[in-house]
Design a protein around this ligand. Structure first.
Ligand SMILES: O=C(O)CCC(=O)C(=O)O
Length: 351
């Protein structure tokens, strides 16, 4: 029988405290969206709001090592300067099918022992948010291989480790290329500081009884340096083109699911480092009533004590520093404690 919740407290207990998540609500057969998940009209998103089609650029990063190096660097920089998103293929491809596995098992609370590097979550900060987003996820922080093998869920720990390792090598080359195009020189240790933190989210967006009222993830940009994302074939990730579109003529494009492809996007830290040349794209995920969706982003970010500000060479060239220096920790604390959504977080570091 479908559950009904007489008050917000019982909903909070069922979804968050007892860890049943939205999946638990949907599995119970709810026919209506509980009020806590209803977004204000400006926060909702459906596919009529998007322009289509848009050819998201697919870039072959393996060509970085060949005679087309200069052209590939230019393509990467162009994608980072315009949409802030592109797609690529891992070489060699991942061996398992993580998204299928995740969908089949949807192992969220069951079998997950909470510990410092694995957390089960719903929405973003449900204790503080007025309107919850329609997603459950497992957050897995990479510290080292032995910890991952000990604490991460048995069902997919090996595949996630493989995904992190292959993606990390790719991100390293990608960041080198982006920085090369800025004309900035960094040594290995400076580069590693900018990509020292890796956090994986295994996100499950259950079927929603009324997608027009809800949102999978509200509009936001990612806080880190770069994000790598594997999505299944359902679709639903949209990205906004251009910044400061405040006249209501926003343009949103779907990032189409492409078999075997990884989605890459620029995060706020890279926008700051490049003094605004690279764009951390605002994006949103809609819900659907026809199919549940799975996505697996890896958020690659600077180590928490790293001071992030525009590269001096960029400031000298632009004649202005568009951002002030902040530590990554200060930045993320502000997002968790202050207003967030859209590109609001970046204002914290703006001059
Ligand atoms: O699920 C997706 O496609 C996007 C996920 C995302 O934007 C996020 O986790 O910040």
């Amino acid at each position: 029988m479908a559950l009904s919740f007489t008050d917000d407290n019982s909903l909070f207990n069922f979804v968050v405290k007892e860890g049943n998540g939205i999946k638990g609500l949907v599995d119970s057969g709810i026919m209506e969206v509980p009020p806590r998940f209803i977004q204000p009209p400006d926060y909702r998103f459906n596919d009529q709001q998007s322009s289509s089609p848009y050819e998201t650029m697919t870039i072959d990063l393996s060509e970085l090592d060949g005679p087309n190096h200069d052209q590939v660097v230019k393509d990467i920089a162009h994608a980072a300067e315009t949409l802030g998103f592109f797609q690529t293929h891992l070489k060699p491809p991942l061996t398992g099918s993580l998204t299928n596995q995740l969908k089949k098992k949807a192992t969220y609370l069951d079998g997950v022992t909470p510990d410092p590097i694995v957390k089960y979550e719903t929405s973003f900060i449900p204790e503080k948010e007025k309107n919850w987003m329609w997603r459950d996820f497992l957050e897995m922080t990479y510290t080292n291989d032995p910890d991952a093998l000990e604490f991460w869920p048995n069902d997919f720990k090996e595949e996630v480790l493989e995904y992190i390792k292959t993606s990390s090598a790719m991100v390293n080359r990608l960041l080198r290329a982006l920085i090369e195009d800025l004309g900035v020189k960094l040594d290995d240790s400076e580069l590693n500081t900018l990509i020292g933190v890796r956090v994986v989210h295994m996100i499950f967006y259950p079927i929603c009884p009324d997608p027009d009222l809800t949102v999978g993830i509200k509009r936001h940009s990612d806080m880190g340096t770069l994000t790598v994302l594997l999505q299944d074939d359902v679709g639903g990730l949209y990205v906004r083109k251009g910044e400061n579109v405040s006249d209501g003529n926003e343009e949103w494009f779907e990032v189409p699911p492409t078999k075997g492809a990884l989605v890459i996007n620029v995060g706020d830290m890279l926008q700051i480092l490049s003094n605004g040349r690279y764009k951390s794209a605002e994006h949103v995920v809609r819900t659907t009533s026809s199919a549940s969706r799975v996505s697996i982003p890896i958020f690659i970010a600077p180590v928490s004590v790293a001071k992030i500000g525009p590269f001096p060479a960029m400031v000298a060239r632009d004649g202005v520093a568009r951002f002030k220096e902040v530590t990554y920790k200060e930045y993320t604390t502000n997002i968790r404690e202050g207003p967030h959504g859209g590109k609001m977080a970046l204002q914290f570091a703006s001059t």
